[in-house]
Design a protein around this ligand. Structure first.
Ligand code: IPE
Ligand code: IPE
Ligand code: MG
Length: 243
C-alpha cells in the first residue's frame, strides 16, 4: 500500500453563501453571516486534522463589483468575525494571516485585520490565512513588476529569474515549505478557480463539493481529507510500482 498523502496546506474557495440564503428565502447577506460562523467550525476541525495552513478565499478583487450594500456587509465581516472568535482562536493557538491588497480596505477593516495578525503573531499552531481583497493575477503581476525593477536597476539580469524568485514574491512566500496548497476544495458545485492562487495550485489536488459553504461541515471535511490522503500524486513522474 502506498503511503498516505500528507495534508499540510488546505485551501478552500468558500462559495455558495448567496444561494444558501436564497434557498431559505433570506437576503444574500444572511448567507454571509452563516458562512462566517462556519469558518470557526471548519478552522477548529482543520486544526484537529493536523493541517498546518488553512487558506480561505473570503473576498476576491472581483467581488467589489457586487451591490454596494453587499460589499459593505462583507467588508464588515472581519470586524464581526474577530470580535466573536478571537478568544477561541487564541485558546487554540491559531495564528491569523490576511493576504490581499489590504491598503484598499476601509480603514476600520484594515485596522481590525492588522490587529488580528498582531495579536496572534506569537501563536504557533494552525495558520488561518484569509484571502481578502485577493486576486492571483494581480499578485503575479506585482511579482513581475518587482523583478522588472530589479533588472532595471541592474541588481539582476533577466537570465537569473527562476521559479523560486517568483514564488518568493507571492503573498504565500511566508509559509515556506507549506506555501503551495496540497488540496483545494471549492464548495457550491462550481468548478473553477476564480483567480485564486493560480501559481501555487500548479500541483494541488482539486476537489469539489456540491454543498453551499454554510452547509459544509466537519464530516464533509473529514471525507474530503480521507479521499485526498489516498490519491496518487505523481508530480509528472511515473508510479513507483511501475518503474
Ligand atoms: C461566497 O458566496 C462568498 C463570497 C464570494 C464573498 P457567494 O456570495 O459567492 O454565494 P453565491 O455563489 O452567490 O451563491
Ligand atoms: C470566488 O467566489 C470568491 C470567493 C469565494 C471569495 P465568486 O462567487 O466570487 O466566484 P465566481 O464569480 O462564481 O467565479
Ligand atoms: Mg459565488
Amino acid at each position: 500500500m502506498a503511503e498516505k498523502n500528507q495534508l499540510n496546506h488546505l485551501a478552500i474557495i468558500m462559495d455558495g453563501n448567496g444561494r444558501w440564503a436564497r434557498k431559505q428565502g433570506k437576503p444574500r447577506v444572511a448567507g454571509h453571516h452563516e458562512g462566517m460562523n462556519n469558518v470557526e467550525r471548519i478552522t477548529l476541525a482543520a486544526d484537529k486534522l493536523g493541517i498546518k495552513v488553512l487558506s480561505l478565499y473570503a473576498f476576491s478583487t472581483e467581488n467589489w463589483a457586487r451591490p454596494k450594500e453587499e460589499v459593505a456587509y462583507l467588508m464588515n465581516l472581519p470586524v464581526r468575525f474577530f470580535d466573536k472568535f478571537m478568544p477561541t482562536l487564541m485558546a487554540n493557538n491559531v495564528k491569523v494571516n490576511i493576504m490581499g491588497y489590504l491598503d484598499q480596505l476601509p480603514p476600520k477593516t484594515y485596522k481590525v485585520v492588522q490587529r488580528a495578525m498582531a495579536e496572534t503573531a506569537d501563536n504557533t499552531g494552525l495558520i488561518l490565512n484569509f484571502a481578502f481583497n485577493y486576486g492571483s493575477r494581480s499578485e503575479i503581476t506585482s511579482a513581475v513588476k518587482e523583478l522588472g525593477g530589479m533588472i532595471e536597476s541592474g541588481a539582476i539580469s533577466s537570465e537569473q529569474i527562476d521559479e523560486e524568485m517568483i514564488s518568493q514574491r507571492l503573498m504565500t512566500a511566508k509559509f515556506g515549505a507549506f506555501r503551495d496548497p496540497d488540496l483545494l476544495i471549492r464548495t457550491s458545485g462550481e468548478q473553477r478557480i476564480s483567480n485564486f492562487l493560480l501559481w501555487q495550485l500548479a500541483y494541488s489536488e482539486l476537489a469539489f463539493s456540491p454543498k453551499n459553504w454554510p452547509d459544509f461541515n466537519e464530516e464533509d471535511l473529514q471525507e474530503f481529507v480521507s479521499e485526498f490522503q489516498n490519491r496518487n500524486r505523481r508530480f509528472g513522474k511515473v508510479d513507483e510500482s511501475d518503474s
